[in-house]
Design a protein around this ligand. Sequence first.
Ligand code: 2HA
Ligand code: ZN
Length: 281
Amino acid sequence: MTTVLENQKEQKSGLDIPFVREMAEITQNMWKFGWDERNGGNVSYILDEAEVAKYLDIHQVIRTIKPAFPVNELAGKYFIVTGSGKYFKNVIADPEANLGVLRVSQDGEQLELLWGLKDNAVPTSELPSHFMSHIERLKVDPNHRVVIHNHATHVIAMTFIHSLDENQFTKTLWEMCTECIVVFPDGIGVIPWMVPGSSEIGRETAKKMKDHHAVLWPHHGIFGTGSSIDEAFGLIETIEKAAQIYMLIAHHDIQQRITDQELADLAKAFNVTPRKGILNV
Ligand code: 2HA
Ligand code: ZN
């Protein structure tokens, strides 16, 4: 049972709001996995207006923030996002300082802050990549809600020793764990190395999001998307697990592997369509 004091503390910090708690818990978990050192990583999550209105006064705009470019496609949408320069490690202790709830204005020119981002904090530096990715994913999946970026360790390691051809990269990941082709039959998109935080990297990432739920940034990290925090996080977790297996076996003699025919059989059994041009069957 929670005590009165604990309840008051939760209300003050925002942890009594379900979507704030979800963000606080997922950022804490990713930090504990070692995927979000310092201020590494960022999350954005589309919220229903009715859900936000249950907990916050949606008519009370605290301040407005100008996005890097107008986002008409997202006008009127509500987001909870991580703050720029904020450490995932610290979110759970002070969600209001490290997270923000925003609405994109009707003309797409402003972000209307409704909660959080205390002391003039601003949304994640990767907001261009997040917004452009949301726009593309929503075009192909109306249930899309979440974009997570983090610095998953083995995924980054793998980008040094494996070809960055996205079909080859996808094939290797599929071969590492039996569940992979079922979890990401659409494979993984790969962009060239680029300077982060820019609209350019956002455009390249979003282009890949037309065909993939996940996009790799070589020597930097990964973007995963989904209809919920669990889906987007589960996708990254699965890719990272496969990359970890790859890094464990890469310098050993391989005695046996999952064949292309077995991967095709798996896809058929689980009713998913593997991305074309990857399996030779
Ligand atoms: O916000 O991860 O890509 C820190 C980053 C930038
Ligand atoms: Zn990053």
